[in-house]
Design a binder for this molecule. Structure first.
Ligand code: NAD
Length: 259
């Protein structure tokens, strides 16, 4: 299916690795012009090389928790490409810590990277889209936003707020023809979940909660995100799309596998 994305300008935060990198690959495959930003400069240099072989790709160093950085990132992308059509607020961090042991700095760090970043990038990205007649913003939430997880209090709270902010932005930006949606991944095979997936006992328990009995590949996310960004999804705004292999859609997914 031709999604009509050829030539569209896409900005992906935290795009040097993991899901963001795969999203960049998917948009390049659709013929988009892509800007990838990240705080990890080594990963960004490697991404510049490999993504550059696939199409027109600009890489930008940016800490998405810093307003000046974000304003500059959006400004450079706009002046390089002339506009901004699609913004993917993907950058995030997962730090495990029980609430009783969570100190203020770890709480602030988690809220800043996972939530404040979404506010800042949406604010500045929207400014460009508004001037150019419209656009699409897509935010990374998490399964932890829907069903909280022991040891991930700050992360879950931040991601739940991302869903809330997504809905507010969807309504506020609609008059300027800007759609805003969020996606909820389950467990995706990236650096972020490597610790949990590489422990065989933990991995077995996690897989038992997933009816499809596999962790997501980043490409499982990227294909849905590309669709959400296209006009095929033009009536979708304020939506939260779950992409999790059926994780916890029933109480006992293992029962279907034991027959
Ligand atoms: P990842 O760790 O592989 O990639 C995250 C990227 O964000 C990295 O390249 C990192 O350098 C970048 N980043 C971190 N802090 C930054 C900052 N301050 N400024 C700019 N860039 C920064 O993680 P991933 O698995 O690809 O996750 C991508 C998104 O999906 C995150 O928002 C994450 O919370 C969400 N998510 C992932 C999973 C999963 O199972 N992997 C599940 C639910 C939600």
């Amino acid at each position: 299916m031709d999604l009509g994305l050829t030539g569209k300008v896409v900005l992906i935060t935290g795009g040097a690795k993991g899901i963001g990198f795969e999203i960049a690959r998917a948009f390049l495959a659709e013929g988009c012009r892509v800007a990838v930003s990240d705080i990890d400069l080594n990963a960004l240099a490697a991404a510049k090389k490999s993504l550059g072989e696939l199409g027109e790709c600009l890489t930008l160093a940016c800490d998405v928790t810093n307003a000046e950085d974000v304003e500059m990132m959006v400004g450079v992308a706009e002046s390089h490409f002339g506009t901004l059509d699609i913004l993917i607020n993907n950058a995030g961090v997962l730090k495990s810590c029980l609430v009783e042991e969570l100190d203020e700095s770890l709480w602030d760090f988690s809220l800043n990277v996972n939530l404040k970043s979404t506010f800042l990038c949406s604010k500045y990205g929207y400014g460009v889209m508004q001037r150019h007649g419209g656009g699409v913003i897509i935010n990374a939430a998490s399964f932890a936003a829907v069903i909280p997880s022991v040891g991930h209090g700050a992360y879950g709270a931040a991601k739940a707020a991302v869903i809330n902010l997504t809905r507010t932005c969807a309504a506020e930006f609609a008059p300027s023809n800007v759609r805003v949606n969020a996606y909820v991944p389950g467990v995706v095979a990236t650096h972020l979940t490597a610790g949990m997936r590489n422990d065989p006992t933990t991995a077995e328990k996690m897989l038992a909660d997933i009816p499809l009995r596999r962790f997501a590949d980043p490409s499982d996310l990227a294909s849905v995100i590309v669709f959400l960004a296209s006009d095929q999804a033009s009536y979708m705004t304020g939506s939260v799309v779950e992409i999790h292999g059926g994780k916890l859609c029933v109480q006992n997914p293992h029962a279907a596998w034991s027959n």
